[in-house]
Design a protein around this ligand. Structure first.
Ligand code: SF4
Ligand code: SF4
Ligand code: SF4
Length: 302
């Protein structure tokens, strides 16, 4: 039977789903190894000026719809935003304790997009292999395989994948592609990294970026928090961050070092072992991620 959207929903209610889904998840789990030559991006938040050129470049590279307000409209920064199906990356402004010479608060700007996790929970949760971790580090989405179950959206510890709810016929899951075609076929840089006028986004091999981050910390004592966000969070991510402010005050999730698939697969296997319907999994994963989210909300409050 072809596993299209309609058949998936039928299958989800049947015990037969146990074997199909369980095998899929295990096969996916076995293939995850952090690739040695994996690429990444280092975002230095102490350099970012909040110009949103990265957002604009991402919009152009991915041929996304024009935004409601132009990219140079500063009022956009007055409210916190999340990446969605029309914007794969967003810049948010935080006041997290930085002050100028006259004791006036200074903003810190934070770029958010898919982190392209080393051991991605979204890949683990996808029961049909529509999301895959590529050797170059990108977490790639294949809309031809997607059945619209949206488990990836529930499993992602960073709440990144967005769904095209506005498209009634062929809705897709949308997220940062890591400019997969550009970096894998032409050896180019991601659009956002290329567009940044102050080189706040450095593209390169992940392990080189970790070395670069450490060198910046050594060369600039007191400038940075002693923490490279993404080095270990959720098993490590391809996108890494340096900051002069504590990450918890800038809306970053405080996550365990353990890769999230260990959590989601443990739940998944337990659920299917007892023949619970996959929709139950949706609820359980949602509860786990909501708890993580609530904990982080509390940590962000001053
Ligand atoms: S941030 Fe979320 S969507 Fe991106 S790779 Fe990690 S788990 Fe998947
Ligand atoms: S890597 Fe590409 S898709 Fe991802 S945020 Fe940058 S420009 Fe957008
Ligand atoms: S283009 Fe660079 S400086 Fe401008 S908002 Fe993006 S990361 Fe910050």
């Amino acid at each position: 039977m072809k596993l299209d959207r309609r058949n998936f929903l039928r299958l989800a209610g049947a015990a037969g789903a146990t074997a199909v889904v369980g095998r899929g998840a295990e096969a996916q789990a076995r293939q995850y190894q952090p690739p040695p030559q994996a690429l990444g991006c280092l975002v230095d938040l102490s350099l970012c000026i909040g110009c949103r050129k990265c957002e604009q470049a991402c919009n152009e590279v991915n041929q996304l719809p024009a935004p409601e307000r132009p990219f140079d409209d500063p009022t956009v920064l007055e409210r916190k935003r999340r990446p969605d199906d029309k914007a794969f990356t967003v810049i948010n402004r935080h006041y997290a304790g930085r002050r100028d010479d006259k004791n006036q608060p200074l903003p810190t700007f934070v770029k958010t997009q898919c982190m392209h996790c080393q051991d991605p929970a979204c890949v683990s949760a996808c029961i049909v292999g529509a999301l895959t971790k590529k050797p170059n580090g990108a977490v790639h989405y294949d809309e031809g395989k997607c059945i619209g179950c949206r488990y990836c959206m529930v499993a992602c510890p960073f709440q990144i994948p967005a769904y095209e709810y506005s498209d009634p016929l062929t809705p897709r899951v949308r997220k940062c592609t890591f400019c997969f075609e550009r970096i894998s076929q032409t050896g180019g840089k991601p659009g956002c990294a290329l567009a940044c006028p102050v080189e706040a986004i450095t593209f390169g091999r992940r392990q080189d970026l970790l070395g670069l981050a450490r060198k910046r910390m050594e060369d600039n004592p007191g400038r940075y928090e002693p923490h490279i966000y993404g080095e270990r969070e959720a098993g490590g991510t391809s996108w890494l961050y340096l900051s002069s402010q504590p990450f918890a005050r800038l809306g970053f999730q405080t996550l365990p070092d353990q890769p999230m698939p260990h959590l989601t697969e443990t739940i998944q296997h337990g659920v299917f072992a007892y023949l619970w319907a996959p929709l139950t999994l949706f609820g359980i994963l949602g509860g786990v991620m909501a708890l993580l989210g609530r904990r982080n909300d509390k940590e962000e409050r001053p």
